[in-house]
Design a protein around this ligand. Structure first.
Ligand SMILES: NC(=O)c1ccc[n+]([C@@H]2O[C@H](COP(=O)([O-])OP(=O)(O)OC[C@H]3O[C@@H](n4cnc5c(N)ncnc54)[C@H](O)[C@@H]3O)[C@@H](O)[C@H]2O)c1
Length: 336
C-alpha cells in the first residue's frame, strides 16, 4: 500500500479536526466525505477537487480502492458504520463510543480481529504530552492514594448534540474513565458513587446532568474523584493531580501562552485554551498518524478491547449511581 485512501463519515466538530489532520499528512489520500449535508463550500481551498461528497457510506465502501474509514458522525450511528466498514474490509478509526453496550464493543473488536483490520478509538488524551509525563511519573512516588481530575468542557455543545450524545457519563466522563485506565492500567474499581445535578433547564429536560462529581474507590484504598461540568466560563479546564505515599504529581491546564504579569493587584496570566479543538490539536493529529502506522505495520488496536469495555462499564455504573443516588458495588463482568 502506498497512500492510505480514506473516507471521513460526519463532518461536524470532530470531523473537522480529522479533516485538518488528513490534509496535513502525506500518507493519506482523502477520497470521500460522507455527511447528509454537503459542506464543500464551508471548507477551505486546501480540499482537493476530486474529494467526493456523498450522503451515504455505501458508495465509498463499494470502492475497492478505499482502505480506511474515520467515523465521526453522531454517536448513535457509530456502531452500524463501524460494522459496515469492517465487514467490507476497511480499517476503522472511530470516535467514542463504539456502541451502546459492552456486547457492541466486543463485536467491533472481534470483527476487526477476525478480519485482521485496524480498529482505533479516539481517546485522544492518551496522546497528550502532559498526561504521557504523568503516566511516566505515577509510580515514582510510592503507591497513589488519591487522584483528583477536573474536567470541565467549554462551550456548551448544541442541545441537538446533547440529546443524541448518550449521557454525560458516556459522552464526556468516558474520557476521564479512559484516562484513569491509561494511568492505572486495567485496575478494576471496587465501588462508585456519583453526585449530579442539571443547572441548565434544557439539559434537565433531556433528561441529563450538566454537573457531576464521581468518586471511585479501588480495593487497595486508592480514591479518585472527577468533577465535571458541561460549561466553564474561563475556558477549557482539564487538570489531574495524583497524591501518592511520597509525593504529588500534577498536570496543569494548557494556557494560550505562559506569560505571567505580577503587579500590586496580584498575578495575571493568559486563560486556559478555549475548547477541545485547540487544547488537543496536536493529539488529534498524533492519533491519526498512529492509525496510519497501525495500518502499515499490521497493528490492529491502539486501545485494548478490555480497556474499552472497562471504561464503558464504569460509565454505566456511574449513571446507575446518579439515578439511584446511592453507591454501587462495581462488577466487571467481562474477563478473559
Ligand atoms: N474525541 C473528542 O474530543 C470528540 C470531540 C467532539 C466530538 N466527539 C465525538 O464525535 C462524534 C461527532 O460529534 P460532533 O461534535 O462532531 O457532532 P456535530 O453535531 O458537530 O457533527 C455531526 C456531523 O455528522 C453529520 N451527520 C448527521 N447524521 C449523520 C449520518 N447518519 N451519517 C454521517 N454523518 C452524519 C452532521 O451533518 C454533522 O456534520 C460524537 O460521537 C462525539 O462523541 C469526540
Amino acid at each position: 500500500m502506498d497512500k492510505i485512501s480514506i473516507c471521513i463519515v460526519g463532518l461536524g466538530r470532530a470531523g473537522r479536526f480529522h479533516l485538518d489532520s488528513i490534509l496535513k499528512l502525506n500518507q493519506f489520500e482523502l477520497l470521500y466525505i460522507v455527511d447528509p449535508v454537503n459542506k464543500r463550500k464551508d471548507i477551505n481551498n486546501d480540499l482537493p477537487e476530486n474529494v467526493v461528497f456523498t450522503a451515504s457510506l455505501d458508495e465509498a465502501i463499494s470502492n475497492p480502492n478505499l482502505d480506511a474509514v474515520i467515523v465521526s458522525s453522531p454517536t448513535q450511528s457509530h456502531y452500524d458504520y463501524i460494522i459496515q466498514a469492517l465487514e467490507n474490509g476497511k480499517h476503522v478509526f472511530t470516535e467514542k463510543p463504539l456502541g451502546k453496550s459492552s456486547e457492541d464493543i466486543i463485536k467491533c473488536f472481534d470483527l476487526a480481529s477476525d478480519k485482521n483490520l485496524a480498529l482505533y478509538v479516539g481517546f485522544q488524551r492518551r496522546y497528550d504530552v502532559n498526561f504521557n509525563e504523568l503516566k511516566a511519573q505515577i509510580n515514582q512516588f510510592g503507591a497513589p492514594r488519591m487522584i483528583k481530575i477536573s474536567s470541565r468542557d467549554n462551550p456548551k455543545p448544541s442541545i441537538e448534540y446533547l440529546k443524541n450524545s448518550g449521557n454525560i457519563f458516556h459522552d464526556m466522563l468516558i474520557h476521564d474513565f479512559d484516562m484513569l485506565i491509561y494511568l492505572l492500567g486495567e485496575r478494576i474499581p471496587e465501588s462508585v458513587y456519583v453526585l449530579s445535578h442539571a443547572y441548565d433547564p434544557e439539559i434537565a429536560a433531556i433528561p441529563d446532568f450538566d454537573t457531576v462529581v464521581v468518586s471511585i474507590k479501588y480495593a487497595d484504598g486508592l480514591m479518585c474523584t472527577i468533577d465535571t461540568s458541561r460549561t466553564s466560563p474561563y475556558g477549557y479546564d482539564q487538570r489531574i493531580e495524583i497524591f501518592a505515599e511520597e509525593g504529588m504529581v500534577i498536570a496543569e491546564n494548557q494556557r494560550n501562552n505562559t506569560v505571567e504579569i505580577h503587579t500590586e493587584t496580584g498575578k495575571q496570566q493568559a486563560p486556559a485554551n478555549y475548547s477541545f479543538p485547540t487544547r488537543y490539536a496536536d493529539c488529534y493529529l498524533k492519533e491519526i498518524i498512529h492509525f496510519g502506522e497501525g495500518i502499515y505495520h499490521g497493528e490492529n488496536f491502539n486501545i485494548t478491547k478490555r480497556e474499552c469495555i472497562l471504561a464503558h462499564q464504569i460509565a454505566e455504573s456511574c449513571h446507575e449511581s446518579a439515578q439511584k443516588n446511592t453507591a454501587i458495588n462495581f462488577k466487571f463482568w467481562y474477563d478473559h
